[in-house]
Ligand binder design. Structure first.
Ligand SMILES: Cc1cc2nc3c(=O)[nH]c(=O)nc-3n(C[C@H](O)[C@H](O)[C@H](O)COP(=O)(O)O)c2cc1C
Length: 320
């Protein structure tokens, strides 16, 4: 048993090592481009939909929406799981945002876009938030656009916004003390400026009727997505359950889990179903989610921010 476990751990390390150097080389064959003319050059109604585990993608989405509203567009914005899917066909512009998880856009996002009705030539833009510095974000945004084009949208733009990573394994164990996290305290003002500029850029492109073409790049990280990084990483987590004596039954973990893997009554996590997004650990306000790697308990994002005295700034538009 022990040998099997160390074999799996070594293999996980090998898989991670595979993904380290990034060598942008040639583009894949599949070009993501418009298959039909753009519905209109005048954006009257736009939809900004996002998936966000720890708030970054959501904050950018709300800022994009606020900037577009200031430009006179009627915007519907929100978490994609709460939006009216059948109604998505009525918009002139659709903007979809996602965090980069394991070098790609999460499956939940890709499936959500695939479940939309025919978008009938609506302009489409994607954005991703990532914890980088390099996390295959171009290809992750391409994944979103690919799905949007499948649904009959016309791609106009894509963009990645960097912020503090929310991946607990990046500050696990000793790393929490050794890494200069404060210098990576993003998003900052410049990030929010990029978001505002992106909103205007998207509207300008539509006004000019300019669609865009994108191709995924062949990178080591892209290749590593074919080897099941979630599955491998899951192998390195020894325990994952809810601490009954700490749990305050607020349901944050259940709400965040995209695959319904948490049984709050039994304080268990279905580890087969789990997609290791750390949504439960990262959002629990009571430190009741127990995850352990190599005998070290993992710390969630909320707790991490507290320990490192990091306060995430809000853009002024959203404070109002
Ligand atoms: C499970 C998981 C996997 C992640 N994988 C990547 C990655 O492959 N590349 C990257 O740059 N950042 C990665 N990150 C960092 C997130 O993309 C980043 O922190 C993002 O802004 C989180 O968005 P949210 O706050 O809206 O949930 C990962 C974070 C988590 C929790």
């Amino acid at each position: 048993m022990h040998d099997r476990r160390s074999f799996l751990k070594k293999s996980a390390v090998a898989a991670l090592a595979l993904s380290l150097p990034t060598t942008p080389a040639c583009a894949c064959n599949g070009t993501i481009s418009a298959k039909l003319p753009m519905k209109t050059r005048r954006v009257e109604r736009a939809l900004v939909a996002w998936y966000s585990q720890t708030g970054n993608t959501g904050r950018y989405g709300r800022l994009l929406a606020a900037t577009m509203r200031r430009a006179g567009v009627q915007v519907t914005a929100g978490d994609m799981r709460e939006l009216d899917r059948p109604g998505a066909g009525k918009y002139d512009l659709i903007v979809v945002g996602a965090p980069v998880f394991y070098y790609d856009a999460p499956m939940l996002v890709q499936n959500w876009v695939r479940s939309l009705p025919d978008l009938g030539g609506a302009a489409a833009a994607a954005y991703v938030s990532f914890g980088g510095p390099e996390g295959n974000q171009h290809n992750a945004a391409c994944s979103i656009l690919e799905c949007l084009v499948e649904r009959g949208a016309v791609p106009v733009a894509q963009k990645a916004f960097m912020n503090l990573g929310t991946y607990p394994l990046s500050w696990a164990g000793d790393k929490i003390n050794k890494t200069p996290w404060r210098s990576r305290n993003l998003p900052d003002r410049e990030t929010y400026q990029q978001v505002r500029r992106y909103a205007q850029y998207v509207l300008d492109r539509v006004a000019k009727g300019q669609s865009a073409e994108f191709s995924k790049k062949v990178t080591m990280r892209e290749i590593s997505t074919f080897f099941g990084p979630i599955w491998w990483t899951k192998r390195s987590i020894d325990q994952h359950y809810i601490l009954a004596d700490k749990c305050i039954a607020c349901g944050a973990c259940v709400e965040k889990c995209p695959v319904g893997a948490i049984d709050l009554g039994a304080h268990t996590v279905n580890r087969e179903a789990c997609v290791l997004c750390f949504g439960c650990l990262n959002n629990c306000p009571a430190q009741a989610v127990y995850m352990d790697q190599d005998g070290t308990r993992l710390v969630g994002y909320r707790e991490f921010l507290k320990i490192k005295h990091i306060k995430i700034s809000e853009p002024p538009e959203l404070k109002a």
